[in-house]
Write a protein that binds this ligand. Structure first.
Ligand SMILES: [Zn+2]
Length: 222
C-alpha cells in the first residue's frame, strides 16, 4: 500500500531511524530510510540527528519532475539517488532501509555475497544476498550497481559500504534489515570454524513458497 505524504508517515520514518540506532543496526547518521508516498519519495535529510528530527524536516522527491528535484527545509540524504532509482525500478517496493550494520559491512569489505547458509535467505526472494560492486557514495554509478544487485531480491550488501533492505511497507523493510544483519553475523561466525553447508536452489525455492503460503513469517516476522 502506498502511504500518504502525511505527518504520521513522516513520523514513522523518523521512528524507524531512531529504532535502528537503538538496536545497534545503525550508528549515528550514516544510514537512511525512505518511503514511497502518493506525492513522491519521503527521505531523511542529510547529516541530521534522528532524535531531534521533526516530521517537517524530511525531504520529498516528487516523481515525474527533474531528477533530483526536492522540497523540504534540508537537502535529502546524499544517498537519495539509489532510493529514488530503486522505487522507479521496483513497483513492489514502498520502503527502503539503508544502514552500515557491522556484520553486513564486514562482508561488504570482503565483497562477499551471502549464500544459502540458512533457510531464512529465502525471505529475500532467492538463494543468495548479492554484494553490489563498489562506487563512491551518493553516485549514480552506485545506484546502478545497487539496483542490479537487488534484482529479484529484497536485500543486498553494498561493496565496501553497508547494506540495503527493501519491502512493501516500512515494517517489512525494517524486519528484513534486521534479518539481513542476523544472517550476515551467523555466516561470519560459521566461517570462523569451518565451511557452512549451502542449501540447494531447489530447497530455497521450496522454503520461499512455504513462507508465501502463510507460514506467518511475512506478517509476523517470527
Ligand atoms: Zn551509506
Amino acid at each position: 500500500m502506498v502511504e500518504k505524504n502525511s505527518t504520521a508517515t513522516r513520523q514513522a520514518i523518523i521512528d524507524a531511524c531512531i529504532e535502528s540506532n537503538r538496536t545497534g543496526l545503525n550508528q549515528g547518521t550514516s544510514g537512511n530510510v525512505s518511503q514511497r508516498t502518493d506525492e513522491g519519495v519521503l527521505i531523511t535529510p542529510t547529516s541530521r540527528a534522528y532524535d531531534s528530527m521533526k516530521p517537517e524536516d524530511l525531504a520529498l522527491l516528487p516523481f515525474g519532475r527533474k531528477y533530483g528535484d526536492y522540497s523540504g527545509p534540508y537537502k535529502p540524504s546524499t544517498e537519495w539517488r539509489f532510493h529514488f532509482d530503486i522505487y522507479t525500478a521496483r513497483p513492489d517496493v514502498n520502503a527502503i532501509v539503508h544502514v552500515h550494520s557491522t556484520y553486513a559491512t564486514v562482508l561488504s569489505m570482503l565483497r562477499k555475497e551471502i549464500p544459502a547458509c540458512h533457510y531464512m535467505i529465502a525471505a529475500f526472494g532467492g538463494p543468495n544476498i548479492r554484494c553490489a560492486d563498489y562506487a563512491v557514495f551518493g553516485s549514480k554509478e552506485l545506484s546502478d550497481h545497487v539496483v542490479k544487485a537487488l534484482d529479484g531480491r529484497s536485500g543486498c550488501i553494498m561493496g565496501t559500504h553497508g547494506m540495503i533492505a527493501v519491502g512493501a511497507n516500512l515494517d517489512k523493510a525494517m524486519w528484513l534489515a534486521i534479518e539481513l544483519e542476523t544472517i550476515a553475523k551467523q555466516y561470519y561466525l560459521a566461517l570462523q570454524i569451518g565451511e557452512p553447508v549451502i542449501l540447494s536452489d531447489e530447497e530455497i525455492e521450496r522454503v520461499r513458497l512455504r513462507m508465501k503460503d502463510g507460514y506467518g513469517i511475512w506478517t509476523e516476522g517470527n
